[in-house]
Ligand binder design. Structure first.
Ligand SMILES: O=C(O)CCC(=O)C(=O)O
Ligand SMILES: [Fe+2]
Length: 403
């Protein structure tokens, strides 16, 4: 019994950690068929505007993952989507095309109007794309080919890196998937820190190529993240002095970051399956590379699900919960999901970026100006917020909001 309780506590800690990077980060299990679910009542997700028959019917309180009765699934060989993967009434699929509407603009980071454009996008949808971001195209291509290489490995090989309940990295499903009773048409792999240990298990003879590319990308992402932090703060009328945990050039002391590799294989019934369930990221912001294949969608108030069309060479930036809190609610923490396609195999690589777990999160003082802008959130540490998010998922922001 004691052992059981210890195990549950360990699981809870791991989940808090993982939610730090993304409510859509990793989980302890790979593409698996669950043959049984626990309690499916109680959790409703009204703020996520999920247009399914009944959200409360679909969402589940079975978190953390029920590892009983699971079987690996080979997406490539499946001709018909199994019942456990069928999401009823995805009536809003496909959706609007972001090229037709304004909320997800493409912004040139060298444009003098960049901060103004960012502000508008962050207030509207919480998502924009960036060009002139400084990440070399050849690096993005190298990264993409390493990610293909990983997901093309036989399932048995990938399972060697299955994330253990007390580990942070490896192969597994999005952790927020355990809040939903339906399974996801995707595979994922989370990297926190050095990828060496898992890479060795995946390619015992030849793991250095993968590690070199990942490490180069991590370095480039951390530079870009500093630059974006400055621009996003400026777009709110703030400077780096306004946040204790941000240094003069936008670098975050003790910054936490993680890479999440996502693979969405072709699906024989794409309108009935879901690649990644609706969620917000718990990061300050997330930068996503998508391989020229559509699938990422953002929920925009008054519009519905908008497809974030891949723009050649551009990266997607998503506002996360932490930036939403700092902005005192001005910036939308983007609710996003990934849908799947009948023919195209989509890859995405998400880089989650945020402050250290002991950082104090609260609305920036300059953005609190009652009665127009009363303070919306109480102060919590990053760790406290992550714990709330891990337990309450889409209710987390409401739970730290002033009455
Ligand atoms: O696949 C995508 O574009 C979205 C990925 C994502 O939202 C995540 O990993 O949290
Ligand atoms: Fe996400």
């Amino acid at each position: 019994m004691h052992l059981f309780i210890r195990r549950r506590q360990q699981l809870a800690l791991v989940e808090q950690f993982l939610f730090f990077f993304s409510s859509g980060s990793s989980s302890v299990h790979p593409p698996l068929i669950h043959h049984s679910y626990k309690d499916q009542s109680g959790l409703t997700l009204p703020s996520f505007k999920i247009t399914m028959q009944s959200v409360s019917e679909l969402s589940s309180n079975s978190h953390p993952s029920n590892l009983d009765h699971i079987t690996p699934i080979d997406f490539e060989s499946i001709k018909e989507v199994p019942e456990s993967f069928i999401w009823p009434l995805l009536s809003d699929y496909p959706s609007c095309n972001s090229a037709d509407i304004e909320p997800v603009p493409s912004i040139d980071l060298c444009d003098p109007k960049a901060t103004k454009l960012m502000r508008r996008a962050c207030e509207r949808s919480g998502v924009f794309q960036i060009t002139n971001h400084g990440i070399p195209t050849r690096l993005l291509h190298k990264l993409e080919s390493q990610v293909w290489r990983l997901f093309s490995l036989p399932t048995g090989q990938k399972l060697k890196t299955l994330r253990s309940p007390d580990g942070f990295t490896g192969y597994g499903l999005a952790n927020h998937s355990s809040f939903y009773p339906k399974l996801l048409w995707s595979e994922g792999f989370t990297i926190f820190g050095s990828p060496v240990e898992h890479a060795r298990q995946l390619w015992p003879q030849d793991y250095t190529n993968f590690c070199d590319v990942i490490e180069e990308y991590q370095k480039e992402m951390s530079k870009l993240s500093g630059r974006l932090t400055v621009l996003l703060l400026n777009s709110l009328g703030l400077t780096t002095d306004d946040l204790e945990w941000v240094g003069a050039t936008g670098e975050i002391n003790g910054a936490r970051s993680a890479l999440r590799l996502n693979s969405y294989p072709p699906c024989p019934e794409p309108t009935r399956a879901m690649g990644l369930a609706p969620h917000t990221d718990s990061s300050l912001f997330t930068v996503i590379y998508q391989n020229g294949t559509t699938g990422l969608q953002v929920s925009v108030e008054g519009v519905g699900w908008v497809t974030v069309r891949p723009v050649t060479g551009a990266l997607v930036v998503n506002v996360g919960d932490i930036l939403h809190i700092i902005s005192n609610g001005r910036f939308v923490s983007s609710v996003h999901r990934a849908v799947v396609d009948r023919a195209q195999h989509r890859l995405s690589i998400a880089h989650f970026y945020g402050p250290p777990v002991n950082a104090q999160l609260s609305p920036a003082k300059k953005l609190v100006d009652p009665p127009d802008h009363p303070i919306l959130y109480r102060t919590v540490t990053s760790q406290e917020y992550l714990a709330i998010k891990a337990k309450h998922f889409d209710k987390a922001l409401a739970l730290i909001r002033h009455a």
